[in-house]
Design a protein around this ligand. Sequence first.
Ligand SMILES: Cc1cc2nc3c(=O)[nH]c(=O)nc-3n(C[C@H](O)[C@H](O)[C@H](O)COP(=O)(O)O)c2cc1C
Length: 217
Amino acid sequence: MNLLKESVIILVNQVKDGLIMTKINVILGSVREPSMGHRLFTYLENHQDELEAKNGVAINFIKIGDYKLAPYNEPFPPMATPDYVNTLDGNQKKWVEDVSDADGMLLLAPEYDYSIPGALKTALDYLAQGVNDKPVQVISYSMGKVGGLLGTMALLPVFQVLNMITLSHNMQLANIQNVFTADGELNPDLSDKEKTYYTDRIDGVVKNLAHYAKLLK
Ligand SMILES: Cc1cc2nc3c(=O)[nH]c(=O)nc-3n(C[C@H](O)[C@H](O)[C@H](O)COP(=O)(O)O)c2cc1C
């Protein structure tokens, strides 16, 4: 292999590693199995290449359920303890590092009891300096008619105290069970107009987040 080709490959890998390219985390905020939000998560995974190419970002997919996080039970609050990450157990530390590694966050958040799931709040309790000044956008969802708006509202004070930049153009996805199939495709029974609506809205959310993640990097 010649030197030029080798250098190009190294550069491409650096870009992929997020050293140069802006990185966005898509985070599934439900630990339920099966989760309705997992359908949206899978839709985004299915369109990863296209969304990355359109927006010039790398997208990383994370499910809070994979980290099996217990309620935060450390002697000091994260924000008062700059080195707290090193006191955490393996999965807890990995969660904080994985989230902090990105330049922006797209949170897929269900509404539970007019708020967010306890498991999502637990996951957010572990975060601190690593997300400071980073943009966050929410797609809330529910199986009901309002699309989890109260879940998004409940997240705002949490983002505020984490010093995150809360973006506009959040999306509330109502009746999620009718929008996506279990394998993350748009429901074939939707009309073309409805399919275009959902595609455009989701594209718009990713575009907005990518824009601010690059700007604030
Ligand atoms: C504990 C719990 C509380 C819920 N509370 C609400 C609610 O307040 N508003 C709403 O629209 N749907 C509510 N739902 C229904 C959810 O919209 C629906 O179960 C959805 O699939 C949750 O997302 P998930 O499957 O990704 O966890 C609730 C569901 C659960 C499990």
